[in-house]
Design a binder for this molecule. Structure first.
Ligand code: GDP
Ligand code: MG
Length: 432
């Protein structure tokens, strides 16, 4: 057997099959990590329920131990919620920013203007925050620094009127971004203002800006803003800090949206398109999650298991024994075979093989201990006189020795059977 297949088998053997205890342990770790990352408790429970169920019912892919298998499911379930980054087209559009005060709307407005400018689109920014003193100056100064067109009315308190005027004045610009006011808390005045502004134009995007540190309230906020204006995407700010942004998960899940950008700094350069893999790894504090998933795909595509080499190489008694030993540790052979990339091999093996018992393995070991290395490497050397010698040495009957040799021959034939004909075609299919 190829060394890599052996080690894959060994790995499976060591980890055992999907094991309830291991799964419960990993699921608990995941729950802890998610709650620490501010993921909504209800969401954590729902997620971990699904993860547990899948982990217990789905067989791990070949070469993957239980822990890795569970992590892979965790990853898939999180990807399921988070999805891909919100698509943001590089074409003319209007954008409305919503979110509570201090979440980072104004900073992100400037960042977005810069983002589109660098992609060759002409941005203009409209200040609709008539609530916070200094809001006008904050945004106009940011825009001046970036050389971005700014529209605002310093002394007008009517935000809706300002946006109406602003959209008219900036009609020639490609991307128009409206920065709105937030309040410290959700209240009807704020929500009404957001609704009225949203009604002024068919905004391409209504981005909900969330501070990464927002915890359990994320869900409530997301729902309120979504009901008011219909969120098209979430922007999580301040991910350069210690917060992991788990609150955004509930926001995304509750509004059925996705994350468009993340803020990673106070300056206008601190904006990145959302990358689900990086976000999930960070959320769970497991930098290796993506690598793990890649590994799984690699194992599944069989690059790791050198079947060609195994088929062309000699199948010695030692190989056979190692294989039996590994398989024996893992559970019913039929089930294991169906999990392995060599699944097709199962068809070539008679039912006798499946009846392999622990006793038989021990008996084989004892018989093989009376063989020379040369005999184990090349069983063809073993004629009737050697059979008698081995039987005497091991305290077994010559029939027992012959049975072992017969079994080996059958396994070898099964391996060779994969070399040509339909077996090989199946294998090629499996290797895709
Ligand atoms: P607004 O009230 O929603 O408009 O929030 P602001 O844009 O005024 O931002 C509030 C504070 O958060 C400011 O001090 C910003 O510099 C800071 N801030 C915004 N985004 C980020 C970010 O991605 N990283 C860091 N470190 N600070 C940010
Ligand atoms: Mg602001």
């Amino acid at each position: 057997l190829g060394a890599s297949l052996k080690s894959a088998l060994q790995k499976l053997a060591n980890a055992g099959k999907v094991d309830k205890e291991v799964i419960d342990e990993v699921v608990k770790d995941i729950q802890r990590a998610m709650i620490q990352a501010d993921v909504n408790v209800k969401l954590v429970m729902r997620l971990s329920g699904r993860i547990r169920e899948r982990a217990l019912t789905e067989a791990p892919p070949p070469g993957m131990d239980s822990r890795e298998h569970v992590l892979r499911i965790v990853y898939a379930e999180l990807v399921n919620i988070i999805g891909k980054a919100t698509p943001v087209a590089l074409e003319p559009q209007t954008i409305m920013m919503v979110g509570l005060q201090g979440s980072g709307k104004t900073t992100t407005t400037a960042k977005l203007a810069r983002y589109f400018a660098r992609k060759g689109l002409k941005p203009a920014v409209i200040c609709a925050d008539t609530y916070r003193p200094g809001a006008y100056d904050q945004l106009s100064q940011l825009c001046a620094k970036l050389g971005v067109t700014f529209y605002g009315e310093r002394d007008n308190k009517d935000a809706v009127a300002i946006v109406r005027n602003g959209l008219r004045e900036t009609a020639k610009y490609d991307v128009r971004i409206v920065d709105t006011a937030g309040r410290h808390a959700l209240e009807t005045g704020l929500i009404k203002e957001m609704k009225d502004i949203a009604a002024l134009a068919n905004f391409t995007h209504r981005f909900l800006v969330l501070d990464a540190a927002i915890g359990q309230q994320a869900s409530e906020q997301a729902k309120a803003f979504n009901d008011a204006v219909g969120i098209t995407g979430v922007i999580i700010t301040k991910l350069d800090g210690t917060a992991k942004g788990g609150g955004a998960l509930s926001a995304v899940s509750d509004t059925n949206t996705s994350i468009a950008f993340i803020g990673v700094g106070e300056t206008p350069e601190g904006l990145e398109r959302f990358d689900p893999d990086g976000f999930i790894s960070r959320l769970l504090g497991m930098g290796d999650l993506k690598a793990l998933v890649e590994k799984a795909n690699e194992v599944l595509s069989q690059k790791d298991v050198n079947v060609e080499k195994m088929m062309s190489g000699r199948f010695t008694l030692n190989d056979m024994y190692a294989q039996l030993e590994a398989i024996n540790k893992m559970g019913p052979l039929k089930q294991i075979m169906s999990m392995l990339p060599l699944g097709g091999l199962g068809a070539n093996i008679t039912d006798d093989v499946y009846k392999m018992t622990q006793d038989k393995l021990l008996s084989y070991r004892i018989i093989m201990d009376s063989m020379t290395e040369a005999e184990k490497e090349d069983p063809k050397l073993i004629g009737s006189s050697r059979i008698m010698r081995i039987a005497r040495g091991s305290g077994r009957s010559p029939e027992d020795v012959r049975e072992l040799l017969k079994y080996h021959k059958m396994m070898q034939k099964a391996m060779k059977g994969m070399k040509g004909g339909p077996g090989r075609a199946n294998l090629k299919k499996l290797m895709k």
